[in-house]
Design a binder for this molecule. Structure first.
Ligand code: ATP
Ligand code: MG
Length: 652
């Protein structure tokens, strides 16, 4: 990707320095970069010192068996104690841990003291089912408080959990249960989505027809819908958990004890069971949450609007915020139920101060229009975050303006399931933000952009993003497949972790993420990133969202095919399809250059996305090249692809 790079992103000139009041009180100042650079191990040891350890560590980092890392070796701690009990012991038992908002409008408030009681009961319940330290437990749940309780109960007894997104099929669930050999499953009858109960238990029953090792299924009653019941295997949460004592003494586990396995979303290939362990993971999840969101536990109301079945939910709904003793919002449902202002109603209702979500949500809100959030009082917000995909500069600016009232910093946080916690991000009290850039590695993190030979590229050039030093919350392996761990992450550039993403450094050395290297297009020998063409399209007032792929082309190698979702302004302009395509092609030519001009532009109603809102470009590539679709099991809505196919003009 070096050499022939294009530069519409790098010509983005808008700058947003930190608000003075936020900077004056910020948890982390610019000095953190220097301290961490001078002695990264001491820096991470201080971050680990924010947790309660039952036994101190002997060594901060052990990289002697690279690429298999160990952090805080010899140290012992309990993750649930750190997320719950210690806050109660410190006198904060009355602080709200979660304001839960169900999709139908039912609410629950859980204080830290409530959460401790529930977690202890659930831990006792799991023990009564024979779960022991080291046993894997699968969790397949809606977004309700019991999901958090179940995860912490597992952590408390040292049983690694694997949370499978509630939108996944029985097949996907079965594959994950078998891969990690879970013997107990925690689920619910269903949850509420798009205004109706959506069943979960039938998928568990179907998955388990081929998982004979699963002996217990613990079922939360959420919707009250009818469920099939397997006597001797199934047990109601309200029968078993409620009957347990609210006392349980947490045992301290080794820093390297497995905390959870998270299967990556499978945007590109067969899901990988990413293993995270306890001490290093909790250290970095807690530190980044405290630093990047500048949380003040006494007064902030924090909201990650994402699913717990995604790593973002693990680190920034559960482990990070709870380790910091923060008050959070937990919302069960979809953003447009019962109306398109639901999120903003929630922000106003609870006085949310910090909001973290994905660019896909932001682009959807852009499509619905600025007048919707404008109806709500969003003045409590003081900081916004973005995660999951590159955020197009136009979407960044819209987010800060329409949601943040032109007041709030927007932190664009780059990280992965594998990294466990945020890695590249602005610090809100320090950084001058650039729309579309994650800026630089956080203190204690070492990242580089390298060329094909693993050499750092000069400022102003693009290449591959790598991490050059181990970090506390890094994955320890792929569950059951050490060779795949080495091959996938550590072989492309020896000694470096290869993230699979392309990136550029601007003239200041700041980093701009360009999407996955698998998605990079090659047009007449020019390497063009999907992100840049998509951002150019989204900067046109007609376009809400765009996905771009390279399709085989007889003359140019690959031709650019763009799928766009139009804003209301496009219909108002009254152009026909051909005129619209001409207009957008001309716009991309102006923004980037003729080489990036799409060969075809197709207007669609929806784009295929994973549960975490990422566009699945490989499926669009299948359509653009007229092939049968590849694996669609991780799509949120499988009808989308059919709708796209049917909507295409003849012969395309
Ligand atoms: P799989 O690895 O199975 O294909 P996935 O990569 O989608 O799935 P995640 O770990 O949830 O699963 O996503 C991490 C990826 O998301 C990153 O590698 C990057 O491509 C993208 N990403 C996350 N945050 C950002 C960001 N702030 N800017 C740009 N890209 C981001
Ligand atoms: Mg990935």
């Amino acid at each position: 990707m070096s050499g022939e790079t294009l530069s519409n992103l790098l010509s983005e000139a808008r700058r947003f320095p930190p608000p003075a009041d936020l900077a004056a009180e910020a948890n982390v100042t610019a000095a953190a970069y220097d301290e961490a650079a001078a002695d990264p191990d001491a820096f991470w040891a201080a971050a680990a010192g924010r947790l309660d350890w039952a036994e101190p560590w002997q060594q901060i980092r052990d990289w002697s068996n690279a690429p298999f890392a160990r952090w805080f070796t010899g140290g012992k701690l309990n993750a649930a104690h750190n997320c719950v009990d210690r806050h109660v012991e410190a006198g904060h038992g009355d602080r709200v841990a979660f304001h839960f908002e169900g999709e139908p409008g039912d609410t629950r408030t859980l204080t830290y003291a409530d959460l401790r009681d529930e977690v202890c009961r659930a831990a006792n319940a799991l023990l009564s089912l024979g779960v022991r330290a080291g046993d894997r437990v699968a969790i397949y749940m809606p977004m309700i408080p019991e999901t958090v309780v179940a995860m912490l109960a597992c952590a408390r007894i040292g049983a690694p959990h694997t949370v499978v997104f509630g939108g996944f099929s029985a097949d996907a669930l079965r594959g994950r249960i078998l891969d990690c050999d879970a013997h107990v499953v925690i689920t619910a009858d269903g949850g509420y989505r798009k205004g109706a109960p959506s069943a979960l238990k039938p998928a568990v029953d179907e998955a388990l027809t081929a998982c004979p090792q699963v002996r217990s299924v613990l079922v939360v009653r959420r919707t009250g819908q009818d469920v099939a019941w397997s006597e001797g295997r199934d047990v109601w949460w309200h029968d078993l958990v409620a009957a347990q004592p609210a006392e349980h003494t947490a045992e301290a586990f080794d820093s390297e004890h497995p905390l959870y396995i998270m299967y990556t979303s499978g945007t590109t290939a067969r899901p990988k069971g990413i293993l995270h362990t306890t001490g290093g993971y909790l250290t970095q999840a807690a530190w980044t949450h405290w630093a990047v969101f500048d949380v003040k536990p006494e007064r902030d109301v924090y909201w990650t609007a994402a699913d717990i079945g995604w790593v973002t939910g693990h680190s920034y709904i559960v482990y990070g915020p709870l380790a910091n003793g923060v008050t959070s919002v937990l919302y069960e449902g979809t953003p447009d139920t019962p109306h398109q202002g639901r999120w903003w109603e929630i922000v106003a209702k609870y006085g949310v101060t910090i909001l973290y979500c994905a660019p896909t949500a932001i682009r959807t809100f852009m499509k619905w229009g600025e007048q919707i959030p404008a109806r709500f009082d969003l003045s409590s917000l003081r900081l916004l975050g973005s995660v999951g995909e590159p955020i197009n500069p136009e979407a960044w600016v819209w987010y800060r303006h329409a949601i943040g009232g032109d007041r709030t910093p927007v932190v664009d946080t780059w990280w992965q399931t594998e990294t466990g916690a945020q890695m590249i991000s602005p610090l809100p009290g320090v950084s001058t933000c650039k729309p579309g850039s994650a800026l630089r590695p956080l203190p204690g993190i070492s990242a580089e952009v390298v060329d094909d030979n693993g050499q750092p590229v000069p400022n102003g050039s693009g290449g591959y993003l790598v991490l050059t030093q181990p970090w506390p919350s890094m994955l320890r392996t792929i569950w059951g497949d050490e060779q795949r761990y080495i091959d996938t992450y550590w072989s492309r550039f020896p000694g470096y972790y290869f993230a699979g993403d392309g990136a550029k450094k601007d003239e200041d050395g700041d980093i701009w993420l360009l999407g996955r290297v698998d998605d990079v297009m090659n047009v007449s020998g020019h390497r063009i990133s999907t992100t840049e063409v998509e951002s150019a399209l989204v900067s046109h007032p007609f376009v809400a969202e765009a996905a771009v792929v390279g399709a085989a082309d007889a003359t140019t190698g690959q031709g650019i095919v763009a799928f766009v979702i139009l804003r209301a302004t496009a219909a108002e302009a009254g152009l026909d399809g051909a005129a619209l395509a001409r207009e957008l092609r001309a716009h991309v030519t102006k923004e980037i250059g003729p080489i990036a001009r799409p060969r075809q532009i197709l207007a669609v109603a929806e784009l295929p996305k994973t549960r975490s809102g990422k566009i699945m470009r490989r499926l669009l590539r299948d359509v653009a090249e007229n092939r049968a679709l590849g694996d669609v099991t991780t799509l949120t809505d499988s009808t989308v692809m059919q709708a796209i196919r049917e909507g295409l003009p003849e012969g395309s």
